[in-house]
Design a protein around this ligand. Structure first.
Ligand SMILES: Nc1ncnc2c1ncn2[C@@H]1O[C@H](COP(=O)(O)OP(=O)(O)OP(=O)(O)O)[C@@H](O)[C@H]1O
Ligand SMILES: Nc1ncnc2c1ncn2[C@@H]1O[C@H](COP(=O)(O)OP(=O)(O)OP(=O)(O)O)[C@@H](O)[C@H]1O
Ligand SMILES: [Mg+2]
Ligand SMILES: [Mg+2]
Lengths: 265, 265
């Protein structure tokens, strides 16, 4: 099972939109996929129509009440299951502060019962707190959704530092496998400047032993497309809402590229 | 002094861009203005060119080291001063957890020394933690920057709940004075649907005693304009970077509208 966290503490870059639609695209081509909503905003759960007040077990129960991840799965489509978030997840970080294994709760409860899936994707909140650390502790890959804007670039240093810290102290397997440009607009000069800056940075760290030394910039860009912002209001993935739009095409091509990536483990 | 927090736990809606450019517009028309960067991502400080490793006092020192707000001000333009954030702010929430006055540290240290300013604007992080609570405890107004997207709307309920809780338990003066549409695109159908939904909601709560019962949707919309995303890379406000673009015009009009608002206190 490939485990991937979609992480960027910069807000609004496209973490949730990517986790939902890449997940749906992978399931559509036959991959059994789990999506975990790790954000107290519960955007992913809402996007896929999971009413948080009707679910029996949520990610909060997995982290704080010893429920195995396998027991908190809700099927939302063929080969696609979600571990939903509920608003009480906001309290999990404070509740876990004094637990001995506070960073590795998710890893532990994922391993508690066997899971027969091909992909496990995690939608992280826009922060560097314990929820994000739990996700980074559990996965082997991080994909960074990035908007080609300068403020998004400014936060990269802390994002990379966090991955380094987790790899050193908590999860030696952790790798940043890719950077994905979201809400991509090819025309603005800013786009070219930011993508160039990112490529230059990655090329300069090729022979370092950092978690990003083998990271690539994915060739697929997710173009800005209003249908991607409309789909959540219908509780559908882009494939069910507007299968012929550019957003659906981009996420389909992304799924192909992600499946073909060579992961160094 | 009018005190306004720009708050929305949804990421990437335009909190930082609005705090910086509204602040610059108010200063340009003669209002002495303070901007506080309350986000560990330090985007506002970076946007205005404040190198976080060169500042003597930051908002972290105000919250955790008893430095008065008046002693952490850095002038960045005529009549415009910033209280910068540094990365150690990320640790403030855990450090404050056991302090008796943990929610009202900012209010206390703002009152510690007199401030002769017309406006104090706070850029909040995309979360509902202690940093945001401190901001809500200190201000009398909240303006909610909102993108006319569905996921942004979904989070409104929790945002309003948080303001209610703070008003009931910590700051009886707190009012949501306005909602500001950012990254506004008039063409998509989604825009009309979301703005209608927000107007309907506000109209239905007019005679309730909630913090939003007198809130208005500002007539000014901040249109999507790539120059607003370019300006941070030059460490300039939109007025210094591209004074003739639509973004500069929108923030200028916004400043006029904000100055003319009737605030019920
Ligand atoms: N390619 C795109 N084109 C147009 N709109 C998009 C695109 N991707 C995402 N959006 C919209 O932009 C907003 C931000 O995206 P999203 O919520 O997925 O980001 P996020 O990184 O998960 O945000 P947060 O930091 O709050 O968790 C949402 O309203 C979403 O519908
Ligand atoms: N009106 C606009 N037109 C185009 N781009 C914009 C506009 N407003 C903001 N942006 C860009 O969109 C991104 C998100 O805006 P900003 O960082 O101000 O949001 P935020 O709410 O402060 O985000 P966070 O939740 O991470 O603090 C930034 O890259 C910014 O440059
Ligand atoms: Mg999200
Ligand atoms: Mg911000």
């Amino acid at each position: 099972m490939r485990t991937i966290a979609f992480f960027n503490q910069k807000g609004g870059v496209g973490k949730t939109t990517t986790t939902v639609n890449l997940g749906a695209a992978l399931a559509a081509v036959g991959k059994k996929t789990i999506l975990i909503d790790m954000d107290p905003q519960t955007n992913l759960s809402f996007h896929l129509g999971l009413e948080t007040d009707k679910v029996k077990h949520s990610i909060y129960d997995v982290l704080c009440q010893d429920v195995a991840l396998a027991d908190a799965l809700y099927p939302v489509a063929d080969r696609l299951s979600v571990v939903p978030a509920t608003p009480d997840l906001a309290g999990a970080e404070v509740e876990l502060v004094n637990a001995a294994d506070r960073e590795s709760r998710l890893r532990k409860m994922t391993a508690a019962k066997p899971l027969e899936y091909d992909f496990l994707l995690i939608d992280c909140p826009p922060s560097l707190g314990l929820l994000t650390i739990n996700a980074l502790c559990m996965v082997t890959e991080v994909i960074i959704p990035l908007q080609a804007h300068f403020l998004a670039l400014q936060g990269m240093a802390r994002l990379l530092e966090t991955c380094s810290m987790v790899r050193e102290r908590l999860n030696p397997e952790l790798l940043i496998s890719a950077i994905l440009f979201c809400q991509y607009e090819s025309a603005p000069r800013l786009t070219g400047e930011v993508t160039e800056e990112v490529e230059k940075f990655l090329n300069s760290s090729r022979d370092s032993n950092q978690p990003w030394s083998t990271a690539v910039v994915l060739e697929t860009h997710i173009r800005r497309n209003i249908k991607l912002a409309e789909a959540p209001s219908f509780n559908k993935s882009i494939f069910d809402y507007a299968p012929n739009c550019a957003g659906a095409a981009d996420y389909q091509v992304l799924a192909e590229e992600v499946m073909q990536m060579k992961i160094p483990h």
